[in-house]
Every structure is written in structure tokens, then in C-alpha cells.
Design a protein around this ligand. Structure first.
Ligand code: MG
Length: 170
């Protein structure tokens, strides 16, 4: 049995991760319409990863004999005026997700719920990687985004990203 606060935060995170998937699919959607298929691919893969994250929280709750409540997923409603906008929104979103993971970790720590802390360790590390990736994309766009040939090459680089299943298996 998980402590109620820990359980509720874990359940909320299922929704937050599905929202992340939806948000990144919308980024992909934007870049498709711009003809930047590499950027679109990068965020489509990112959306797949976020769905995996949601399923890890879902499965962790079930593995601990908890029921899961699936709430409505918010509509991604940001409008983008340039190709940099989604990248900056992505960094901001990952910083928000890091804060959410830290909040669950804090609640698990308070409850001396070492199992949940161990489960969350993977996500703590993952969030570090997500923020690094988001920073890198912004840096590359700042360096190369204003030159069409460089943008073409950056787009080709991002087109090469392939989906891999998460290293955490429950
Ligand atoms: Mg995630």
C-alpha cells in the first residue's frame, strides 16, 4: 500500500506524462506544417517516450495494487510564431516536469517510501537528460537556425533520431 499522497501524485503523473506526449505531438504537428520533417521526427519520437513514461507510472501503481484513474488530457493550446518557439516551450515544459518528479520524490521521502524513491531515481536521471537535450536543441537552433543550409543539415540530423524503448522495465 502506498501512502495516499504519494499514490495521488503518482496517479497525477500518469496524466502529466500523457499530456507531455500530446504536447510534443503538437510540436511535431507544427514542424510538419513548416516542412521541417527532421524536427517533426524528433518530437514524434519524444512523444513516444512520454507515452512510455506514462505507462511506467501506470504499471508501477498497478504493481503496488493501486487502482489508476485516467483523467482528461488538456488540449495543447500554444501558438508558435517562429521555429524556435517550440524548442523554448519544450525546455520550459521539461523544467516543469522535473519539478513534478521532485515533488513526488519529496512526498515519498517524507513517507519513508523507499520503493517509490528507487522507482523515481530513473526519472530523476531522465529529467536531467531531457533538460540537457532541450538546451542543446535551443543552442543548435541559435547557432544554425538563421542560415538555410545549416538549418537543412540540422533538420537532417534530427531526422535520424529513432525510438528506443525505455531502459526501465517494471
Ligand atoms: Mg516524461
Amino acid at each position: 500500500m502506498l501512502q495516499n499522497k504519494v499514490r495521488d501524485l503518482l496517479n497525477q503523473q500518469v496524466n502529466k506524462e500523457f499530456y507531455s506526449a500530446y504536447l510534443y505531438l503538437d510540436f511535431s504537428n507544427y514542424y510538419e506544417s513548416r516542412g521541417l520533417n527532421g524536427f517533426a521526427n524528433w518530437y514524434k519520437v519524444q512523444a513516444q517516450e512520454e507515452r512510455d513514461h506514462a505507462m511506467l507510472f501506470y504499471q508501477y501503481l498497478h504493481n503496488n495494487n493501486e487502482t489508476v484513474t485516467l483523467e482528461a488530457i488538456n488540449k495543447p493550446d500554444q501558438t508558435f510564431t517562429c521555429d524556435m518557439d517550440p524548442l523554448k516551450a519544450g525546455l520550459e515544459h521539461e523544467e516543469y516536469v522535473t519539478a513534478l518528479i521532485n515533488e513526488i520524490y519529496g512526498a515519498a521521502y517524507e513517507a519513508k517510501d523507499f520503493r517509490t524513491m528507487q522507482f523515481l531515481d530513473w526519472f530523476v536521471k531522465e529529467q536531467g537528460e531531457e533538460e540537457t537535450n532541450a538546451h542543446d536543441l535551443i543552442a543548435k537552433m541559435e547557432l544554425f537556425g538563421s542560415d538555410p543550409k545549416s538549418l537543412y543539415m540540422l533538420n537532417s540530423e534530427l531526422a535520424a533520431r529513432v525510438y528506443t524503448a525505455p531502459s526501465l522495465v517494471l
